[in-house]
Design a protein around this ligand. Structure first.
Ligand code: S3P
Length: 182
């Protein structure tokens, strides 16, 4: 890859509970590219969980950490990676632009009921720690859908598919995308 080629990362975006982490692991197994889980890196660097970052430093501080990490990942000399993002990464215009330049951006979309069932099982998401998380999910999904659509090169409807099936389909389409002449 010469220095002017666009990076060939696969970037997973989508709402909380859409399967970014499990599909990311599956892609990592199949491709052998390192898996970068942005939430995990932020937690390791901060030395505390996302719940604690939100509680002690506030959401804007967390969003700054996300943007800083995205800028870092956008440095040109990095190898190919699979990058799994947090669901709110698309909130900032700068992030959406950075995402698009990072590689092949895939939006994993899942039905509201699936998202609700998956996310409400665990209490690890501070934004859903409210009186009516289902209502919150509905509103946030509606707000974010156009932003995911704007950021992604591909939307995958994961309804009824296993993470292996999603990964297999996504890889086919990524190969085609990266093979296109620039
Ligand atoms: C968030 C999603 C979470 C995490 C944080 C905020 C969001 O990541 O980054 O709790 O704003 O949707 P996941 O999408 O991996 O749950």
């Amino acid at each position: 890859m010469n220095s002017s080629s666009p990076p060939k990362n696969i970037v997973l975006i989508g709402f909380m509970g859409c399967g970014k982490t499990t599909v990311g692991r599956e892609l990592n197994k199949r491709l052998g590219y390192p898996l970068i889980d942005m939430d995990q890196i932020i937690e390791e660097r901060a030395g505390k969980s996302i719940t604690r970052i939100f509680a002690e430093e506030g959401e804007p501080a967390f969003r700054d950490m996300e943007t800083d990490l995205l800028r870092e990942l956008s440095q040109p000399d990095n190898p190919r990676r699979i990058i799994s993002t947090g669901g709110g990464i698309v909130g900032r215009q700068e992030n959406r632009e950075l995402l698009h330049m990072l590689g092949y951006v895939v939006w994993l979309n899942a039905p509201r009921e699936t998202i609700i069932a998956r996310t409400l099982k665990h209490k690890t998401r501070p934004l859903l720690n409210t009186e009516n998380p289902e209502d919150r999910i509905t509103r946030m999904m509606a707000e974010r859908h156009p932003l995911y659509a704007e950021s992604a090169h591909l939307e995958v409807d994961t309804t009824g598919l296993s993470s292996r099936e999603v990964a297999a389909g996504l890889l086919e389409s990524a190969r085609y995308y990266f093979a296109k002449p620039e």
